[in-house]
Design a protein around this ligand. Structure first.
Ligand code: NAD
Length: 352
C-alpha cells in the first residue's frame, strides 16, 4: 500500500486524479489536502466519499504545522502537488496570492518532504517521490511553428506562469542541492469534467446553455494544445511509478486548436444535439488579455519513448464526453456559478 499526499485534490485535475487512482488501484491510499478556495469543491469527489482508502483534510499548503502534522501522522510515499492558484486572468489582477500559494506553498511542501524523508546527508528513504504538477505555460509563447521540449528555456510571461516557473526552479534546486527525489510534469491545457467555468471550455458550454454571449479574446486565433484530463492523470501515475528521478516530463497529445475553433466546435455540437437556438451569433469578440501568449504546443516524445505514455482519448471523442457531462450535470454548474463567480464574471467581461 502506497500513501499519496495529493494537494489541491478538490480542484479540476486533482479531483479527476484522486478518482482515477482509487478506481484503478486497490493498494493506494490517498490523503487529499485542499484549502477549498473558490476553485476547490468537495462535490467533485462525491463518487469516492467514504472510500476506505481516502481521507480529506482541509489545510493550506503554506501551513507548515498542518503539513508537518500530516507527515508526522502518516508514512507518506508520494507527494503530488496540484494545489495552485491556476487562472491567468486572476493572476493579472492579484499576483500576490499566486506567489504565496504557488511558490511559498511549494517551498513548504518541499521542506516537509525533505525533513520527513531524510535519513542522512543527501539520503532519503527508499521509494519516496515528490511530483510537481506544472504547466507548458512556463515555456512562454511560440510562433507559428515549433514545440516546447523539456530543454526549452523557461520564459514565463504572466504572473501565473512566473509563479509556476519559480516553483519548478525550487523543485529543481531541491533535487540538485539536497538530492530530494523529484519529478516535474509540464502538461498542456486540460479539459474534461469538473472544470471550473472561468476556463474556456466550461465557460463556452455554460454561456451557451444560458443563451449568453460567449466572450472570445482578441482575434480568437491564439492556439492551445488540448488534452483530455484522464490522459494527464495517466501520465502523472506513470511518472510517479517509473519516471527517472530529477527529470522533467512534458505531457501533451499533439492537439492544437485555435480558441475560436474550440468555441465553434462546442456551439456546433450543442446546436445539433441539444438546442438549435444555440448558434454562432452568441460569439462576442472582446478586448484581448494583457500579454496573451499566442501559441503553446508540447513535444511529448520523452514521456512516450521513456515511459510508453500515449493519450487514449482523441479530441473528437473527449469533447463530446465533456459536453455531455456538463449537460448531465447542470446542477453542478448552477452551484459553482452562483455567488462569487457572478461578481468575478461581470468584472472580467463587462467590457472594461
Ligand atoms: P484548480 O484551480 O481547478 O484547482 C486548484 C485546487 O488547489 C483547488 O481545489 C484549490 O482549492 C486548491 N488550492 C489553492 N490554493 C491552495 C492552498 N494554498 N492550499 C491548498 N489548496 C489550495 O486547478 P487545476 O486546473 O485543477 O490545476 C491543478 C494543477 O495543474 C495546477 O498546479 C496547475 O498549474 C496545473 N496545470 C493545470 C492545467 C490546466 O489546463 N488546468 C494544465 C497544466 C498544469
Amino acid at each position: 500500500m502506497k500513501t499519496y499526499l495529493v494537494t489541491g485534490g478538490a480542484g479540476f485535475i486533482g479531483s479527476n486524479f484522486v478518482q482515477y487512482m482509487l478506481n484503478k488501484y486497490n493498494d493506494v491510499k490517498i490523503i487529499n489536502v485542499d484549502a477549498l478556495t473558490y476553485a476547490g469543491n468537495l462535490e467533485n469527489l462525491k463518487s469516492i466519499e467514504g472510500h476506505k482508502n481516502y481521507l480529506f483534510i482541509q489545510a493550506d499548503i503554506c501551513d507548515a504545522a498542518a503539513i508537518g502534522g500530516i507527515f508526522e501522522d502518516n508514512e507518506i510515499d508520494y507527494v503530488v502537488n496540484f494545489a495552485a492558484e491556476s487562472h491567468v486572468d486572476r493572476s493579472i489582477e492579484h499576483p500576490e496570492v499566486f506567489v504565496q500559494t504557488n511558490v511559498l506553498g511549494t517551498l513548504n511542501l518541499l521542506n516537509m518532504a525533505k525533513k520527513y524523508w531524510s535519513i542522512g546527508d543527501d539520503e532519503f528513504k527508499e521509494g519516496k517521490k515528490y511530483l510537481q504538477v506544472s504547466t507548458d505555460e512556463v515555456y512562454g509563447s511560440l510562433g507559428e511553428t515549433g514545440y516546447f521540449t523539456e530543454v526549452t528555456p523557461l520564459d514565463p510571461r504572466s504572473p501565473y506562469s512566473a509563479s509556476k516557473a519559480s516553483a519548478d526552479m525550487l523543485v529543481k534546486a531541491y533535487s540538485d542541492t539536497y538530492k530530494l527525489p523529484v519529478n516535474i510534469t509540464r502538461c498542456s491545457n486540460n479539459y474534461g469534467p469538473f472544470h471550473f467555468p472561468e476556463k474556456l471550455i466550461p465557460l463556452i458550454i455554460n454561456n451557451c446553455l444560458k443563451h449568453e454571449k460567449v466572450p472570445v479574446y482578441g482575434d480568437g486565433l491564439n492556439v492551445r494544445d488540448w488534452l483530455y484530463v484522464e490522459d494527464h492523470c495517466k501520465a502523472i501515475d506513470m511518472v510517479l511509478r517509473n519516471g527517472r528521478l530529477g527529470e522533467v516530463y512534458n505531457v501533451g497529445g499533439h492537439n492544437e486548436r485555435t480558441n475560436i475553433d474550440i468555441v465553434k466546435t462546442v456551439i456546433s455540437y450543442l446546436n445539433k444535439n441539444h438546442d438549435q437556438s444555440i448558434n454562432e451569433e452568441l460569439i462576442a469578440y472582446v478586448k484581448d488579455r494583457k500579454g496573451h501568449d499566442r501559441r503553446y504546443a508540447i513535444d511529448p516524445t520523452k514521456i512516450t519513448n521513456e515511459l510508453g505514455w500515449v493519450p487514449d482519448t482523441k479530441f473528437e471523442d473527449g469533447i463530446v464526453k465533456t459536453i455531455e457531462w456538463y449537460l448531465s450535470n447542470q446542477g453542478w454548474m448552477e452551484r459553482v456559478t452562483s455567488g462569487d463567480y457572478k461578481d468575478y464574471y461581470s468584472k472580467m467581461y463587462s467590457g472594461k
